[in-house]
Write a protein that binds this ligand. Structure first.
Ligand code: PMP
Length: 441
């Protein structure tokens, strides 16, 4: 009895705070919305209500057809009747659903090798390795590159998967202000000059790894890659670049932030990306030198302990990448359409007075709502107006920088974008969200 009662702490107690419990839990219907069609430019959302203070959901039975600005379908490859669907269906027919064991244990389809070769060719590097999950690609591979005697210098807005990967490596981490090259240089200088002071010999860190993203997923900002490469060279560091949102979506040929800034891909030591966005699939890759990839193949826990890509996913990604690289103009058309849609949408939104974050070239469009309370209203109102729009707040953003995150796609027609703009304008007026209009006028 004594042991049962005295030290008993309810399992979830330390995770409850005002915001998670009262604000989010009771209104969770704006998050985790299930869809029941492909996540293309138009999709269908199943409406549901929260019950029991948010612990459970109840479907209302209503299916709502929406214009979808919530999915990362940047190049429009997510449709179930799209150009890759037949190859994916054939792969299921001939190879089944999943490998049913890890890569090391014979659970890797031969087509994955072909995909890895294509990824390396697309990115103009020597080799690539693919994994079945983008998040895990970051969180379980950084520990193969650095350890406790090294230093990670990480952008403060890096994605949760990168933060987790850095922490799992047990390497000391220093965080620099978002995209602030002066701050990055200050940290690198100090690291080189003073080294690891805990080490009795004051020797410098064994390796220094700079970790950044191409397009930041919550900010829509683009990293100043040429300056980062210059600093990496000046201070003799390594560079890990996460191109989850930029691959396919940036650059004349969709080769991401490296092409956008006309950098040499070989100057980036570790190029990471995901298949979940521009390729309409699932999974992630790391590409770079032959030795890097051979090392990861030997050391990555994902190769030993986790399933590799499924045959349908491999086909989806392979075919979409081939289209992007193809000379028939289809890929080019999508890339140009995306760029045009992004510029059009961002310009109109700013003109209406909404406050946007990020670069004018970024398909991730964070629209500031500021207060988490308003966020819930925005999520509910947009659904009423038949727009599928994602809202994000703490802990993905700071507490007072809640935002709607709009993802623009090449598959959006001008009519669709105009409808979205018109509905947003009306909701924005009703909720008083046109902040910059108020300032300018
Ligand atoms: N890196 C970044 C920058 C991301 O935004 C995400 C997810 N959106 C990931 C990695 C994880 O990728 P995935 O969703 O493919 O697991």
């Amino acid at each position: 009895e004594y042991f049962k009662q005295k030290d008993f702490v309810p399992l979830y107690s330390s995770f409850e705070s005002f915001y998670t419990r009262f604000l989010y839990m009771c209104r969770r219907d704006v998050f985790e919305r299930p869809i029941c069609s492909s996540p293309s430019a138009k999709t269908t959302i199943l409406e549901r209500m929260t019950k029991d203070n948010g612990w459970t959901f109840q479907f209302t039975g209503r299916k709502i057809d929406v214009i979808n600005v919530g999915s990362y379908n940047y190049l429009g490859f997510a449709e179930n009747h799209g150009p890759c669907a037949q190859a994916a269906a054939n792969a299921i027919e001939t190879q089944g659903i999943a490998p049913c064991s890890s890569s090391l244990e014979g659970g890797q389809y031969h087509t994955q090798k072909e995909l890895e070769n294509l990824v390396a060719e697309f990115l103009c590097v020597d080799a690539a390795i693919c994994f079945s999950m983008g998040f895990a690609t970051n969180s379980w591979n950084i520990l193969c590159l650095v350890d406790k005697d090294c230093l990670i210098v990480s952008d403060e807005k890096n994605h949760a998967s990168l933060i987790l990967g850095c922490r799992l490596s047990k390497c000391p981490i220093k965080v620099f202000k978002h995209n602030d090259m002066k701050d990055l240089e200050k940290i690198l200088r100090e690291a080189i000059l003073y080294g690891n002071r805990k080490d009795k010999k004051y020797r410098p860190y064994k390796k220094i790894l700079i970790v950044v993203e191409g397009i930041y997923s919550m900010e829509g900002s683009i990293c100043p890659l040429p300056e980062i490469i210059a600093l990496k060279k000046k201070y003799n560091c390594y560079l890990y670049l996460d191109e989850a949102h930029s691959i396919g979506a940036l650059g004349k040929n969709g080769r991401g932030v490296v092409e956008y800034w006309s950098c040499n891909p070989k100057d980036v030591d570790i190029m990471m990306g995901t298949f979940t966005k521009s390729f309409g699939g699932v999974g992630g890759y790391i590409s770079g030198s032959k030795t890097l990839i051979a090392h990861l193949r030997k050391r990555s826990p994902l190769v030993r302990y986790s399933q590799s890509l499924t045959p349908a996913t491999i086909q989806q990604v392979y075919q979409s990448m081939r289209i992007i690289m193809g000379k028939d103009g289809n890929g080019q058309k999508r890339i140009c359409q995306l760029a045009e849609n992004v510029r059009y949408f961002r310009r109109k939104m700013k003109k209406m007075g909404f406050v946007l974050y990020g670069s004018d070239d970024s398909p991730v469009v964070p629209m500031l709502i500021y207060f988490p309370e308003h966020l819930i209203n925005w999520g509910r109102e947009t659904l009423k107006h038949k727009i599928g729009c994602v809202v994000v707040s703490y802990p993905a953003t700071s507490m007072i920088e809640a935002r709607a995150r709009i993802c623009i796609s090449a598959a959006h027609t001008k009519e669709m974008l105009d409808t979205v703009l018109q509905e947003f304008s009306q909701i924005g007026d009703e909720m008083g969200l046109k902040f910059s209009y108020a300032v300018v006028n």
